[in-house]
Write a protein that binds this ligand. Structure first.
Ligand code: NDP
Length: 283
């Protein structure tokens, strides 16, 4: 069996087009503010991409570039200003932040209604308790990718490798909401292979190049590869050994072109949702 490739790039493009059409007649445009602290190369690229997505769709956007040595207080001041701005409906702080700044404190200054990354305690708590909040973009995108296969999630055995607050944990919660039976694995998990081999749906969010090999996956599984790593030649690659695993499974996301573009698209979708929520569904 050779897997069908889940084309995240095309699915993401469709989501962007749908949003673009939906906001065409809006008198005021949804607005996204991105805060970037310091000069991290990868972060710079991510922020540029977010700005590009906003421009393509027709969102209003503001990029706030702050120096590396800025104080936590100053960032919080800016967030409070954006919390009160009528032009801004979504606020994100590009992570990681410099060591002297406490990420959690900064993130939780964002008004939950404008927390389009879904990282505040309120939105994380809503997800945990099964209430409607803004969802973290990467796991939300992964669910869309799984659904795009047409395979029912309900009753499936799903294994998530990784337990971070931004990917692994919310991913497992979302899969459970879709009625999968979930197992979460991490660096201290024993007999990882025995567990991953049971998975009808396997989500790898580890950060280790090509760690998931063909002997670790079940025949016909759906594989979602969140990892973004550099391989031995400096080329972008996922956590899954794509070339070999694809011969054994039914669906697989590539890296690049899988989860990455969907994460970007879900940020745009969250910004629209935040806008509609803030305006009581009116535009
Ligand atoms: P973290 O480093 O926060 O988490 C990695 C997780 O993997 C941890 O829970 C860790 O376990 C676990 N892990 C590490 N080594 C092993 C191992 N040998 N066996 C089993 N589990 C292991 O990373 P993130 O969750 O932030 O990101 C994961 C990956 O996804 C990265 O490559 C990142 O670049 C990528 N990413 C991609 C995005 C996209 O848009 N495509 C968005 C966000 C992230 P433990 O908790 O025990 O340490």
């Amino acid at each position: 069996m050779t897997a069908k490739i889940i084309d995240g790039k095309t699915i993401a493009q469709k989501i962007r087009e749908k949003i673009k059409n939906e906001i065409k007649e809006f008198k005021q445009k949804p607005g996204l503010a991105v805060i970037l602290v310091g000069n991290d190369e990868a972060s710079n690229i991510y922020v540029k991409n977010k700005e590009k997505d906003c421009q393509e769709i027709g969102f209003y956007s503001e990029i706030h570039k702050l120096p590396e040595d800025i104080s936590e207080e100053k960032i919080k001041e800016l967030i409070n200003k954006l919390n009160n701005s009528d032009k801004i409906h979504g606020i994100i702080v590009q992570l990681p932040l410099p060591n002297h700044i406490k990420e959690e404190t900064v993130i939780n200054t964002i008004l939950p209604e404008k927390d389009v990354d879904g990282f505040t305690y309120i939105n994380a708590g809503k997800l945990f308790t099964g209430n409607k909040g803004l969802l973290p973009c990467t796991p939300a995108g992964c669910i869309e990718l799984i659904k795009s296969t047409g395979v029912e999630i309900k009753g499936k055995e799903a294994v998530v490798i990784g337990r971070s607050n931004i990917v692994g944990k919310p991913m497992a919660m979302l899969l459970m909401q879709e009625h999968a039976t979930i197992t979460i694995c991490h660096s201290k998990t024993k007999n990882l292979k025995e567990i991953t081999k049971r998975a009808d749906i396997l989500v790898a969010a580890i950060g280790k190049p090509k760690m998931i090999t063909e002997d670790m996956v079940k025949d016909g599984a759906i594989i979602i590869d969140v990892g973004m790593n550099k391989d031995e030649n400096g080329k972008l690659c996922g956590d899954v050994d794509f070339e070999n695993v694809k011969e054994k499974v039914s669906y697989i996301t590539p890296v690049p072109g899988g989860v990455g573009p969907m994460t970007r698209a879900m940020l745009m979708k969250n910004t629209l949702t935040a806008y509609l929520n803030i305006n009581g569904g009116k535009n």
